[in-house]
Design a protein around this ligand. Structure first.
Ligand code: EPZ
Length: 430
């Protein structure tokens, strides 16, 4: 079983290159199958969620050429099945984007009910509401979502909940529907905009992505394209918080500063400084972390995917802070793990109250989901003594070579697969 072993106490200093955005790349890969010509995608993050989806696309018969860890060419013209059903794909939530892609292109789709991190119930009622509004018939049988349509016709859809997944999935299907579709109360995340831009580069006609209303004129067919994925604002934010938490100084490269504004604002509130450049930001931690209050909201609000990382900073702040989690009902699982490291946090429903402590002490902790895992790694780097982190596979779903990027910043961290390797690390670092 792979574990991270960390010896804490080193401020993170230096430069880090941010990879492509996982949550944009997943929708972009699904969109790629909608053409019958080669679609070349680069700046993919080399993370397990991406690799699983590429395998699944290849398994339904698309022609997939993996040029490198960070690029792929997909030709959906050879797809023989619209049933994406394999063991791996049940583990990743984004398998459901193949619903929108297959429904749009083939007017039929069969995809496993989504898996993913257990941060909440993760319903898909808004996705299905959108597909039905476009004229699809939906059945759920044997754990599979089965969608069929004689044809898809544009419609005016008002989402009951702002949902990244539903916005992207219905946009995929509507791109090839007959007539016009208006989507209201949509998600505005940078990855929604990235997927709309990629679809437009394939000949779709989508306007308004990134605003509250997306207008789509259905087209007959989509053609091939070459597209590069935007940088991952959550990976960037994770390293920005790492600089503040370890009182370090990190130049975070290959970012779009505009996408980081909510995170930058909170960093200033806790006493860190952020220098913005064209495609990088430099974050310097402060000796004292100031307390503050955080509420997660859809973009451009403070991202829920940055909530655990922010919580680590607040657990070390000089005073009382609160975090209100407004998107998911079970996103405080890391609190028990941080408590093992000495944190003083009380969770009441969707609000966590932090009484800041001086310093974490290292402990054996468990990464219970992707972002909680990343947050615990940063806590371990800031802690006094040794920390081991179990269930590293969660972290590998969304962070490319995390330990290598952290080692380059001075962290004493290694990925190990046995007790012997852990002992060796402890002897080496002393
Ligand atoms: C995406 O999940 C991301 N995953 C999540 O990132 C991210 O936390 C989330 O968006 C919010 O930004 C991917 O992009 C693969 P939602 P998604 O639909 O699309 C409710 C990570 O760490 N809802 O925007 O599943 C839902 O319960 C992951 O990278 C419905 O009620 O999130 C939640 O309360 C974790 N009905 C809220 O909307 C629906 O049909 C937001 O969920 C859909 C969602």
């Amino acid at each position: 079983m792979e574990r991270y072993i960390i010896k804490g106490g080193t401020p993170l200093v230096g430069e880090v290159e941010i990879s492509g955005a996982k949550n944009a790349a997943l929708g972009i890969l699904a969109a790629a199958v909608m053409a019958d010509e080669p679609v070349a995608i680069d700046n993919l993050p080399d993370v397990s969620d991406i690799n699983v989806l590429i395998d699944a696309i290849s398994e339904v018969g698309a022609n997939v050429v993996r040029d490198s860890r960070h690029s792929v060419k997909i030709n959906g013209g050879t797809i023989t099945s619209t049933k994406a059903d394999n063991e791996y794909i049940k583990k990743i939530r984004a398998s459901y984007y193949l619903l929108g892609a297959f429904l749009g292109k083939f007017k039929r789709a069969e995809v496993p009910l989504p898996g993913g991190c257990n941060i909440g119930s993760r319903p898909i009622d808004q996705h299905l509401k959108g597909f039905k509004a476009l004229g699809a018939e939906i059945k759920i049988e044997h754990g599979m979502i089965i969608a069929n349509a004689e044809e898809l016709t544009g419609n005016h859809i008002f989402f009951d909940v702002v949902s990244v997944g539903a916005t992207i999935n219905v946009m995929l299907a509507a791109a090839l529907a007959k007539g016009n579709t208006v989507l209201e109360n949509v998600a505005k995340e940078p990855h929604v905009v990235d997927i709309a831009n990629m679809l437009n580069s394939m000949g779709a006609n989508i306007k308004g992505a990134g605003t509250d209303v997306i207008r789509i004129k259905g087209v007959e067919k989509l053609h091939g394209t070459e597209y590069s994925v935007i940088p991952d604002q959550i990976e960037a934010g994770t390293f920005m918080l790492a600089a503040a938490i370890t009182k370090g100084d990190i130049l975070v490269k290959n970012v779009i500063p505009k996408h980081l504004e909510a995170i930058t604002a909170k960093l200033y509130e806790i006493g860190a400084t952020v220098e913005e450049y064209d495609d990088s930001v430099r974050v310097k931690g402060n000796e004292v972390i100031k307390p503050t209050h955080v509420r997660t909201l859809p973009y451009p609000g403070f991202p829920t995917d940055m909530q655990p990382q922010m919580a680590v900073a607040l657990a070390l702040a000089d005073g009382t802070s609160t975090v209100t989690e407004n998107l998911f009902e079970n996103r405080f699982k890391y609190v028990d793990e941080l408590t093992k490291m000495g944190a003083s946090i009380k969770v009441e429903s969707n609000i966590a109250v932090f009484e800041g402590i001086k310093e974490f002490t290292g402990a054996e902790v468990n990464a219970l989901d992707l972002r909680a895992g990343a947050a615990l790694v940063i806590a371990g780097i800031a802690a006094k003594g040794f920390t081991t982190i179990e269930s590293v596979h969660y972290i590998k779903r969304g962070y490319e070579m995390l330990e290598k990027k952290l080692q380059k910043l001075g962290a004493q961290i290694e990925l190990t697969s046995s007790d012997k390797e852990i002992q060796k690390f402890k002897l080496k670092v002393g």
